[in-house]
Structures are given as C-alpha cells and as structure tokens.
Ligand binder design. Structure first.
Ligand SMILES: Cc1ncc(COP(=O)(O)O)c(C=O)c1O
Length: 301
C-alpha cells in the first residue's frame, strides 16, 4: 500500500496588526506530509498507485511540464513502491538537467520529451494508444494526477475532526486542474471552499471541477467558488510583489511557500482578508499544498 508519511499539522497564521479584519487564519501544512511526495500530491496519487499495485501493473505513465510537482512526486512514489514510472514531458530534452527532472531520472523514471503540439494530444485516444504500445501497457494517470481517484484521495485532506476542533467555516486552496478542490469541496459540504486558480483565463475550471466531481460519483454540493485574480499574470509567471510576499511570509511565519501555487494563493488570500471579503469572526483554513521542490526553478528560469 502507498501509505502516508506524517500527519500534517495545522498552525495559526497571525495577521499583521495593520490588517484590521476580525478573522482567524490557520494553515494546514500538507507540505510536511512526506519529504518528496508532499502536499496534495500524496492524496492525489494514493488511490491511483494503490490501483496500479492491485492490478499488478508493471508501470505507470503520466504527463507534465519540466518542473512538474506531479512528475517529481510520481517518480519518488514509483521508486518507493518498486513500480516503473514514465514521464511524458512537454518540451525539449535539454530540460532533463533541471533539478526536478534530474531527481525524477535518478529515482528511475523514464522521460519522454515531446513537442508542445504533441503534448496537446495527451488526451487523444490514438496518442495514448501509441504510448501504451511503446511502454508495455502502463497505467495512465492524467496530467497533474487529476482523475476520479485523485478526487477520492483529496476528499481525505480536510477531516470532520479538523472542522470540529477549530470551527472552520472557510477553506482556501490554490487550483491548477481543480482536482484537489473537487475532493475537498465534496468532503466538507457545510464549509465554503474558495479556489485561487494560478493560471489566467481559468473560467473553464468550473466545468472541469464539476466533471471531476461527477466522475468520482459525487454530487456537487455547490459550496465552492473560484477567485480569478490571484494568478500574477499566468501559470508560472511571477512578479516582484509575489517574490517579496513569499520572502516576508517566510520571515514572519517561518513557512516556505512556492511561487507557482501556494505563494499566489496566500498573497491573494491576504488581499481578500484586507478587502473585507470574509465576514467578522470567520475561521479560515488555508491549505499549503506543497510544491516546494518547484522553488528550485527560480534559479534556472
Ligand atoms: C503544489 C501544488 N499545489 C496545488 C496544485 C493544484 O492542484 P490541482 O491540480 O488539483 O488543482 C498543484 C498541482 O497539482 C500543485 O503541484
């Protein structure tokens, strides 16, 4: 079985006295779950990998960008479980020397680099069938790991006992494909869940999230929404404001945030709190979804 490393603590985040809002903010430290399969990755991969073991699949194949947290986590999990992994990577083979893919290759992942136009075919039947033939019929996990089994795993991120203990009425998390939000929202229908997409023009995520929920045979509790203003220019884009925020957050709270997901989510959450978007007395749980390995891309991009 693919078992979780450690229990993730919840820590209070003290807001600056200049922020007048009367709300309480806490952070669920999923980044501390496992040294390498950290954050939401462990939850999204858990049932996919257990299926691979159960079905005695020889290998698992998935897709990602050159700095993908998902590819990095999958490679490590594959090594731990003794399952061969294949990563179909968008971009040129030169990326193989970046820290993310160096780790992945060191942990035994076979890397296949494809052009951006080929990568766009990743959900097309013919393309997938060709990959299956090339790699001896691997179990295929979609980009970012988001499928019905990921939703099932993500539904275990926030537990009822966490809500009972702290009385949270809001949960906030970053969104890429929306799989994590889908799982969290269906598991806690009484709580408002806010997702901060890290890509520009992410309105399509609404229907993607609804599809992910129905694929997992869950009805949409209607307790979630998306805030489209936290992307800082688009996926992978950073700004001086974001980098300064991440540094300041580390100084104030001794917690590292990454620049792709958690930094953007937390910066936007602070803005929303300052702008009075949460009513007096709100208890907010932000989710640190990990991704800290991606910080290493800052020095090479
Ligand atoms: C660190 C981190 N946080 C958040 C997300 C977004 O998760 P999802 O794609 O399930 O929305 C990802 C991507 O999977 C991620 O790597």
């Amino acid at each position: 079985m693919f078992e979780q490393g450690k229990v993730s603590p919840i820590i209070p985040i003290k807001l600056q006295p200049s922020i007048k809002a009367d709300v309480a903010l806490y952070l669920l430290r999923l980044d501390l779950t496992d040294e390498y399969v950290s954050g939401n990755k462990w939850f999204k991969l858990k049932y996919n990998l257990n299926d691979a073991l159960l079905l005695k699949r020889k290998s698992v194949l998935s897709f990602g960008g050159a700095f993908s947290n998902h590819i990095h986590a999958l490679a490590w999990a594959g090594k731990k479980l003794g399952i061969k992994t294949v990563g179909v990577i968008r971009g040129e083979p030169e990326y193989a020397s970046n820290p993310t893919l160096t780790d992945a290759a060191r942990w035994g992942m076979e890397l296949l680099f494809v052009s951006r136009s080929e990568y766009r075919k990743r959900n097309e039947i013919e393309f997938v069938e060709a990959l299956k033939r090339q790699f001896d019929d691997p179990l295929i996990i979609p980009e970012g790991g988001s499928n019905h089994l990921a939703v099932k795993g993500a539904s275990e991120i926030v537990t009822k006992s966490m809500l009972d203990q702290y009385g949270f009425n809001h949960i906030v998390l970053p969104c890429g494909t929306g799989g994590t939000l889908a799982g969290v929202a269906v598991s806690q229908p009484e709580v408002s869940v806010l997702g901060v997409p890290v890509l520009k023009g992410a309105e399509f995520l609404v229907s993607d999230i609804q599809e992910l929920m129905s694929g997992a045979r869950c009805s949409d509790p209607g307790n979630w929404s998306l805030d489209y203003s936290g992307h800082c220019g688009g996926y992978g884009k950073t700004s001086k404001e974001l980098i300064d925020f991440i540094e300041q957050f580390h100084c104030d709270h001794n917690v590292s945030l990454d620049q792709i997901y958690t930094g953007k989510m937390m910066m936007r959450l602070f803005q929303l709190i300052e702008n009075g978007a949460f009513s007096k007395g709100s208890k907010i749980l932000a989710i640190h979804t990990g991704g800290l390995q991606g910080l290493r891309s800052l020095s090479t991009s």
